[in-house]
Design a protein around this ligand. Structure first.
Ligand code: ASP
Length: 331
């Protein structure tokens, strides 16, 4: 019911020509909303750490640089932040105390690269890009990914960092009963996913995380999986995900969002439908937070999450802000 009424409202607004300022025109179920207006360049990214990451990505975009450079530089900002507990070397470890990093990157030509379960390398996103540009493969994981990174000049960095190790030790003491059954909550995960549209109208995306805090050793989430944590189709748009990776993988989340846009949904509608699909596939939604972020070819964007609390950062020529995503708590 909720979904139906959402679309109805969307169509009514469109029929009346009520389109948010700065947003591009849409054709949805045959209804043309307004003349197209392209908002570019623009960069959007997940969570509050997206603000600083967008600022760096913007340096590339405002100089008319390529979106792929912008997203790599952008998310490296978050990977470098040793206070961040869910991205990069400063992130939380798995159950056994190993910080294992997942990342992927995708450009406007559908080139992509990914790393999973990578330990001791500060910038997994740049390793993913090297895989994309220098190998016939898309994804390397574990020891293979590590030796590839070392071969390409990345330096080994010690992890976990001191404070994180201390936190993990306390977690172990306090959570003996959970030791073999990790729990997820709305605080212990916060991937950065970033999507950019450059001045030439090309889209790219990047996604990087230390994953679910205290996960089972060997676990890889959605973030390095093209189509789950990130997907870019330069003809249509791009999407990324954050939250419980298992739920995102189950519906090939980011690919689903892009395909919904291909069928005519706005980025907002596409994110809403993907969240609805996740909800429909799970009986128990306790702690199951997922957020999607989408950007289309015109620079129009949308975001939606299962629960309250997901926000995202936007930067363009006339915008630099953190926005609370809408959510579907009434499911
Ligand atoms: N999606 C990430 C994972 O499951 C975590 C997150 O975004 O919060 O590893």
């Amino acid at each position: 019911m909720r979904r139906r009424s959402f679309f109805k409202l969307g169509l009514t607004a469109a029929a009346l020509g009520v389109v948010k300022p700065g947003k591009a025109a849409r054709v949805f179920e045959g209804v043309i909303t307004s003349p197209a207006e392209t908002m570019k360049p623009i960069v959007i990214s997940t969570w509050e750490h997206g603000l600083a990451a967008n600022d760096n990505a913007w340096k590339v975009l405002k100089a008319n640089g390529p979106a792929i450079d912008a997203v790599e530089l952008g998310v490296r900002t978050t990977e470098s932040d040793m206070k961040n507990r869910s991205v990069g070397i400063g992130g939380r470890p798995d159950r056994d105390g190993h910080v294992t990093l997942d990342a992927c990157i995708m450009d406007e030509k559908s080139n992509c690269g990914a790393v999973g379960y990578l330990e001791g390398i500060k910038h997994p996103i740049s390793v993913a890009r090297k895989i994309m540009e220098n190998t016939p493969h898309i994804m390397l994981v574990g020891d293979g990914a590590k030796s590839f990174a070392l071969d390409y000049g990345f330096k080994h960095v010690k992890s976990p960092i001191k404070e994180v190790k201390q936190e993990w030790k306390s977690w172990k003491k306090e959570n003996k009963e959970l030791f073999e059954k990790p729990v997820i909550n709305n605080e212990n995960h916060d991937t950065i996913g970033m999507l950019a549209l450059d001045a030439n109208g090309n889209l790219s995306g990047a996604c990087t995380t230390s994953g679910w805090g205290y996960k089972l050793p060997g676990r890889i989430g959605d973030s390095p999986i093209i189509g789950a944590g990130l997907f870019v189709d330069n003809e249509i748009g791009a999407a990324c995900a954050t939250g419980l990776g298992e739920a995102v993988i189950r519906i090939a989340g980011s690919h689903t969002v892009v395909e919904l846009m291909r069928q005519g949904r706005t980025p907002q509608q596409a994110c809403e439908e993907a969240v609805a699909r996740i909800i429909s596939k799970h009986k128990n939604m306790e702690g199951l937070q997922v957020g999607f972020l989408a950007l289309d070819k015109n620079g129009d964007y949308g975001a939606y999450s299962v629960f309250n609390g997901f926000n995202f950062a936007v930067k363009s020529n006339d915008q630099s802000e953190l926005i609370d995503a809408d959510n579907d708590r009434n499911w």
